[in-house]
Design a protein around this ligand. Structure first.
Ligand SMILES: N[C@@H](CCC(=O)N[C@@H](CS)C(=O)NCC(=O)O)C(=O)O
Length: 214
């Protein structure tokens, strides 16, 4: 399968780390986000949303990062990271939908304000961050509550839900995500997630670079 992606973006980091966790082989087709290549005709032909990533597997095209992880886990037959048990799978699917509809948009505000804008020579707007504060803490408390019960989101084993939920926080320091009041979430992110080989292999650092700073 081919993954059209820019590894520096949240949803591409998610898919590349997730595919590594799953053990699915892929070929990366680099689409440069900061050069806006996702808006060019060649890319729009495979993804009319002009958003990254997109998977091409033979004649099958798939966009939506979480759908790509679900497909890859099923195709590979990796039931450990995407279990087939009815309730466990429904639970994971619920977190994937929550991540896409609620969690990513909230975390993204901090990424845009504290990372993207300063990088492009603009300033973070404290009013925009303040306006997101209540929503972020509401959502983070929901995830924190779940993570107070288990090591991983869906129990004692890492699943694709963990990768999806962590991806919008992958630059949490630079992003200045207010995590201190969410100790279970912070423990999960900074020890469990950041200890995963698939996460370490796909690390992105301050400045949106794959080069580890000295
Ligand atoms: N729900 C989509 C969201 C994809 C998305 O928003 N991707 C961002 C990068 S993380 C993007 O390409 N945005 C396009 C742009 O800003 O021009 C998914 O999970 O794949």
């Amino acid at each position: 399968m081919k993954i059209h992606a820019d590894p520096i973006t949240v949803n591409c980091k998610k898919v590349l780390a997730g595919l590594d966790l799953i053990g699915a082989k892929y070929e990366l087709v680099h689409v440069d986000y900061f050069k806006a290549e996702q808006k060019e005709a060649a890319y729009l032909a495979i993804n009319p949303n002009s958003s990254l990533p997109t998977m091409v597997d033979g004649d099958f095209l798939l966009w939506e990062s979480n759908a790509i992880l679900q497909y890859a886990a099923d195709k590979t037959g990796n039931d450990a990271v995407y279990p087939r048990d009815l309730k466990t799978r429904a639970d994971i699917n619920r977190w994937l939908l929550w991540e896409s509809s609620s969690w990513f948009p909230s975390c993204y505000v901090y990424l845009v304000e504290n990372c993207v804008k300063p990088l492009l020579g603009d300033e973070a707007d404290p009013a925009v961050i303040a306006a997101q504060d209540a929503q972020f803490h509401k959502l983070a408390s929901i995830l924190d509550q779940r993570l107070s019960q288990h090591t991983w989101v869906a129990g004692d084993h890492v699943t694709i839900a963990d990768i999806a939920l962590a991806a919008p926080m992958h630059l949490h320091g630079w992003q200045q995500l207010p995590l201190d009041n969410h100790r279970h979430l912070k423990r999960w992110l900074t020890t469990a997630i950041e200890g995963l080989p698939c996460w370490q292999k796909t690390m992105i650092y301050q400045g949106f670079t794959t080069q580890k700073p000295n």
